[in-house]
Design a protein around this ligand. Structure first.
Ligand code: G4P
Length: 531
């Protein structure tokens, strides 16, 4: 296969959803179709007992959640599929956001009974900001669910994107019996599996106009389907790929991951529509995925996946060029040449060493501490620097200090390393050497921090939560003492020495902004931006 063909067949996407919408189940079904796993339940069990890649993931086992994210890869229909697995717990972390930076598209999974939930909105906003196409899968239609027109309207109202149904649930009053495919004009019905009392994929395909089908569905359900289809045809948006690409339109699919209903048609349609690796903007130029010069950026760092070796694995997304094992590349931020030895790929829970990889692929390499999140790696004869990562504004704050002050050194080392890895954001208060102010986008990050300080750095931390939920970076050289309205705020420095104001809520922040009209407050600067 040529380099170009390899690039074109890549599909790299993340599945975003609210906990319990069925992400694990859907991922598992996709992997089963791709032949990447052979037993239903293998991914699922990861959420419970079997997932024991390393000890620090003990926290995952205890809580039955996935804290770390890996990449799942398989081949289907000639495509090489990379699913970026994101943490799914409601205490989600910055990793979830960062993973989206490495995706070319996203699948938004929603529960037919619940619709769009809060966390989905935040992740959706990041996708929209990045301009990556979003596909919607409405799950659990084997169950009682909401009216599909209501769901379309909710998506539009809460996310600001129009939905174009690719298929449609057949049934009335929230009781669905199957799905109608708007392209082929055929219907798949659920069939009862009498032995297990479960529903499973029906093998019959009927045309809507078939009289036998009308009889099968019953007059009322049949008429309602005909009416719905007509309404969609007349009043619905037309499928327009350019609008999907622009993030204005989301192709919407209905199905049921658990019963396998509609999953295969979804996968096939999705792969035919989802984009292959897109060009990426670098400071110097736009890097085409089809350019043969290697480039990649780091989107995630995972330390101590194996505590016996104290390893640090840097995950990078390849943007252009072919990767070959052992190749030397330029680390843009340090100017150093780095040999990418022992590249790892993560297939479900297993690591394998890989020899080559292409744009759209994710690889993990060992690193002693040179690389940070957002860094660029490129061919030494074609220098590019990818734009910086945004800082995802923390919403939870705590003061963290070591219980045993004799362990101050280890504590500082642990905090600095964990912050560099992106596990949490750290801030320092002037004249306060013994503690850090820690910011996180989800409470779970504090738990992971405590666990890792204890287990990897031998420091027992004390964590006192702080009554702030808003952070703003102060632009320019401003004397904090001159700022007005900071009575209930705290001024701190981030780990790049930039001044940050922490305050309890948006309303109070608005008050501070109003009282200091000459000062610019930034909500989401980038990691390295000079402010
Ligand atoms: P998550 O990763 O998004 O958190 O969700 P997960 O796949 O774990 O699914 C959450 C629950 O929803 C699970 O039930 C799962 O079996 C169920 N589920 C997933 N897809 C469907 C579907 O299409 N229809 C129905 N009816 N249920 C679905 P659980 O009781 O939490 O776990 P389990 O007892 O099934 O293992």
């Amino acid at each position: 296969m040529t380099f170009l063909e390899e690039v074109k067949r890549r599909r790299t996407f993340a599945i975003i959803s609210h906990p319990d919408a069925g992400k694990t189940t859907l991922t598992e079904k996709l992997l089963l179709y791709g032949g990447a796993i052979h037993l239903a339940g293998s991914v699922k069990s990861r959420k419970t007992q079997k997932y024991a890649v390393s000890d620090w993931m003990e926290i995952e086992k205890q809580r039955g959640i996935s804290v770390t994210s890996s990449v799942l890869q398989f081949d289907y229909d000639g495509c090489r599929v990379n699913i970026l697995d994101t943490p799914g717990h409601q205490d989600f972390s910055e990793d979830t956001y960062r993973t989206l930076m490495a995706a070319d598209s996203a699948v938004m999974l929603i529960d037919v009974a619940k619709g769009v939930e809060a966390q989905t909105k935040k992740l959706f906003a990041v996708c929209k900001e990045r301009g990556i196409p979003i596909f919607t899968f409405v799950n659990k239609i084997d169950h009682f669910g909401r009216n599909p027109f209501d769901l379309m309207e909710e998506i539009e109202n809460s996310l600001g994107i129009r939905a174009v149904p690719m298929n449609w649930p057949v049934g009335i009053n929230g009781e669905y019996q199957g799905i109608y495919d708007r392209e082929t004009h055929t219907v798949d019905l659920f069939a009862k599996d009498e032995t297990h009392g479960q529903q499973k994929l029906a093998s019959t395909k009927e045309s809507v106009d078939d009289p036998a089908f009308r009889e099968l569905l019953g007059e009322e359900v049949h008429q309602s389907l005909i009416d719905d289809i007509e309404l969609l045809d007349v009043a619905g948006d037309e499928f327009d790929f350019e609008r999907v690409r622009a993030g204005e339109l989301t192709p919407m699919f209905f199905g049921s991951a658990m019963t396998n209903f509609g999953v295969k048609p979804f996968l096939e349609k999705f792969l035919s529509l989802a984009p292959s690796p897109a060009p990426r903007k670098a400071l110097e130029e736009t890097v085409e995925a089809t350019s043969e010069d290697f480039s990649a950026f780091v989107f995630k760092i995972q330390a101590n996946m194996n505590p016996n070796h104290h390893d640090r694995i840097v995950f990078m997304r390849i943007c252009s060029g072919k990767f070959e094992k052992g190749m030397s590349v330029l680390h843009r931020q340090s100017g150093k040449s780095i040999r990418l030895a022992q590249p790892q790929q993560f297939l479900a829970t297993e690591r394998t060493i890989i020899d080559e990889a292409y744009p759209g692929d994710i690889i993990g390499v060992f690193d002693a501490g040179t690389m940070g999140v957002g860094d660029t790696l490129c061919a030494s004869n074609h220098k590019v620097t990818f734009g910086d990562f945004p800082i995802f504004p923390p919403e939870f704050f705590a003061r963290v200090s070591p219980k045993d002050t004799m362990k101050r050194k280890q504590f500082q080392k642990g905090m600095t390393q964990l912050a560099q890895e992106g596990a949490v954001q750290i801030f320092e208060q002037p004249h306060s050497m013994d503690s850090f102010i820690v910011g996180a986008v989800g409470m779970l990050q504090f738990e992971v921090l405590q666990y890792r300080l204890r287990n990897e750095y031998g420091v027992e931390p004390i964590t006192d939560s702080l009554p702030y939920s808003v952070a703003r970076w102060v632009k320019g050289d401003v004397d904090i003492k001159q700022l007005k309205g900071l009575d209930n705020a705290m001024a701190v420095k981030d780990n790049r020495g930039r001044t940050v104001i922490l305050i309890s809520n948006e309303w109070q922040m608005g008050w501070v902004v109003e009282r200091n009209p000459d000062v610019v407050f930034l909500e989401t600067p980038t990691l390295n931006e000079e402010v």
